[in-house]
Ligand binder design. Structure first.
Ligand code: URA
Length: 213
């Protein structure tokens, strides 16, 4: 388990730190960036799901019957914020292949930095499931806040947030609106710049993942 601050778990496993450094480097290729985001997605997912409840079932091994642990309750939901959430989602689905998936389309207005919703599709029974919101960059926090608002409006009650990089300002803004939603991230960087980018950061995650710049 990683280092802790209030409501935030930094997943600081050496493999995560190493992979994140590779992602930050400006010369890292689109192909490598996408692969690394997927790999860190799996590793962050491992920690976000660490305390999932288990129940005991009776099974038979080839040698004898036994009581064995299995995940309890309904399948969880990964709610990916488009578009960069998709890269992390891939790695998370490798660990939890039976998870349900919600898609939340939000873009950041480049002038106001406010959020505009353009797509929303989620399982109907969100209220009965753990919802893990996936967005690599918790920068201003406005996108994550809008996603939580929307998911709560759709019924979600038990929500966690998985990201790759967070800013101190973004965490504070986010927890000002959704104090009960715990955050898992690979690192908390120094600060935001005037355009809402995380410093030192890694640039625009969506552009780097899809090669659109
Ligand atoms: N979104 C990104 O992709 N990068 C940032 O630094 C901030 C928001």
């Amino acid at each position: 388990m990683g280092a802790k601050m209030k409501g935030v778990t930094v997943v600081d496993h050496p493999l995560v730190r190493h992979k994140l450094t590779l992602m930050r480097k400006k010369d890292t290729s689109t192909k490598s960036f996408r692969q690394l985001l997927k790999e860190i997605g799996s590793l962050v997912c491992y920690e976000v799901t660490r305390d999932l409840p288990l129940e005991t079932v009776q099974i038979e091994t080839p040698l004898m019957p036994m009581s064995a642990p299995t995940l309890a309750g309904k399948k969880l939901v990964f709610a990916a914020i488009l578009r960069s959430g998709m890269g992390m989602l891939e790695g998370m689905l490798e660990l939890v292949p039976a998870a349900r998936v919600a898609h939340v389309g939000l873009y950041r207005d480049p002038v106001t930095l406010g959020c505009v919703e353009y797509y929303f599709k989620a399982p109907a029974d969100l209220a009965d499931r753990l919802v893990i919101v996936v967005d690599p960059m918790l920068a201003t926090g406005n996108t994550a806040i809008a996603a939580m608002d929307r998911l709560k409006e759709a019924g979600a009650r038990d929500i966690r947030m998985a990201c790759l990089l967070a800013s101190p300002e973004g965490i504070s803004n986010f927890h000002g609106h959704h104090p009960e939603v715990k955050v898992w991230t690979a690192a908390v960087d120094e600060r935001l710049n005037d355009h809402g980018y995380i410093l030192p950061g890694l640039g625009d995650a969506g552009d780097r993942m899809y090669g659109t710049r």
